[in-house]
Design a protein around this ligand. Structure first.
Ligand code: PLP
Length: 387
């Protein structure tokens, strides 16, 4: 029986583990099982591997190793950053209990904000323009004397739009307000320089660029002494207890090194394929519209809505035709609710239920990416007429 041809176009959800990351992790599992907190030679070998991984991640993000904390992923980093920064400020000045974020954040930020609202914080959700971009003006206007933290994502996970993070962080700092960015979709895809960006905290996740799942990181500027997230044995400089995942950290660091060394070339390659895909879809499928910014978007992201088409049915048919795609965020793809991101850029409930996100990655060739276009034309025509 011949193997069915599958084309994976869902790299924003997760990516295939890079072979070099797998190899590095296997070497740790086979030979370096020592607990980094143990004093013996095996433990010290684990400690060295962990700290080398931290050095490498810090170097990749242009920050210092003592500013990097390993976590279980982007969700944990987002929860910790928001809770840690807001409570740090509230301890110094209890009147500062206002948070500013945007309407298009990942649920890891939105649900944490909702939980903080129940604990007495006030949250402003900044609107975005038709491309999903937060304006300097709206941030300026929302800042008030009780604002403690601003959290705006670096790049959106659904429509791929890139936010003007360094400008937004500078505005927050002008008002003595801390700034966090959820850079889960940015790190590994576009250059991220932690110190130059001028942010106080930055979340990232290993499985978005060919590292293992269940590993993430949080950068926190070194003079910010936030509360621990997990209490226990005092690992991760006393802030996140629990025996460290040495193999995970090693695979994470290795994958990030590879992603960064290939970035310039991959950005050119993916941007060209993405733009060709967008042009072809828009010219050949009359009911298609592009979502997100036309140029300020992640190199591998193409996101469309199709008039009169049920997005869920489209995804299922595409799956049977061999294409793995998504309607938007993987975290919400099992819910029938329309996307909060598409509603925020002004789409109707019906349009936002007709979405298709195609996110390209390093294994995709132009030929296989473009092979989706005739299939899309056939399926969207069928789904429109079957209404
Ligand atoms: N933030 C953004 C923008 C994301 O895209 C994701 C995952 O898709 C997360 C946070 C959560 O990251 P993780 O899956 O590592 O918990």
């Amino acid at each position: 029986m011949s193997e069915e041809r599958r084309i994976y176009l869902d790299h924003a959800a997760t990516t295939k583990l890079r072979p070099e990351a797998l190899e590095a992790m296997c070497a740790v599992w086979k030979t370096s099982y020592g607990n980094p907190s143990s004093v013996h030679r095996e433990g010290q070998k684990g400690r060295r591997l962990l700290e080398d991984a931290r050095d490498s991640v810090a170097n990749s993000l242009h920050v210092t190793p003592s500013e990097i904390y390993f976590t279980s992923g982007g969700t944990e980093s987002d929860n910790w950053a928001l809770r840690g920064l807001t409570s740090l400020v509230a301890k110094q000045d209890p009147s500062k209990r206002h948070i500013i974020t945007s309407t298009i954040e990942h649920p890891a930020i939105l649900r944490t904000c909702e939980s903080l609202e129940k604990e007495g914080f006030r949250v402003t959700y900044l609107p975005v323009d038709q491309y999903g971009v937060v304006s300097h003006d709206s941030l300026e206007k929302a800042l008030s004397p009780d604002t403690s933290v601003v959290s705006i994502m670096y790049a959106n996970n659904e429509i791929g739009s890139i936010e003007p993070i360094s400008e937004l962080a500078a505005i927050a700092h002008k008002h003595n307000v801390l700034f966090h960015t959820d850079a889960v979709q940015a790190v590994g895809s576009i250059p991220v320089n932690g110190h130059e960006l001028g942010v106080d905290a930055l979340s990232f996740s290993s499985h978005k660029f060919g590292g293992p799942n269940g590993m993430g990181g949080l950068y926190i500027r070194k003079d910010l002494h936030i509360d621990p997230f997990l209490l226990g044995g005092g690992q991760e400089y006393g802030l996140r207890s629990g025996t460290e995942n040495v193999a995970g950290a090693v695979g994470f660091a290795r994958a990030l090194e590879s992603a960064i060394s290939e970035m310039e070339q991959e950005t050119l390659r993916l941007t060209e394929i993405r733009d060709h895909l967008i042009q072809t879809v828009l010219s050949e499928i009359p009911c298609a519209h592009l979502c997100g910014h036309p140029t300020q978007r992640l190199p591998g992201n193409a996101h469309f809505v199709f008039d009169g088409v049920d997005g869920e049915a489209l995804l299922l048919y595409l799956n049977t035709e061999g294409f793995a795609c998504s309607s938007g965020s993987a975290c919400t793809s099992s819910h029938r609710d329309s996307s909060h991101v598409l509603r925020a850029i002004g789409l109707s409930e019906a349009s936002s239920k007709s979405a298709l996100r195609l996110t390209l990655g390093r294994e995709n060739t132009e030929e296989e990416v473009l092979s989706i276009v005739p299939v899309l034309l056939k399926l969207t025509t069928r789904l429109q007429t079957s209404k």
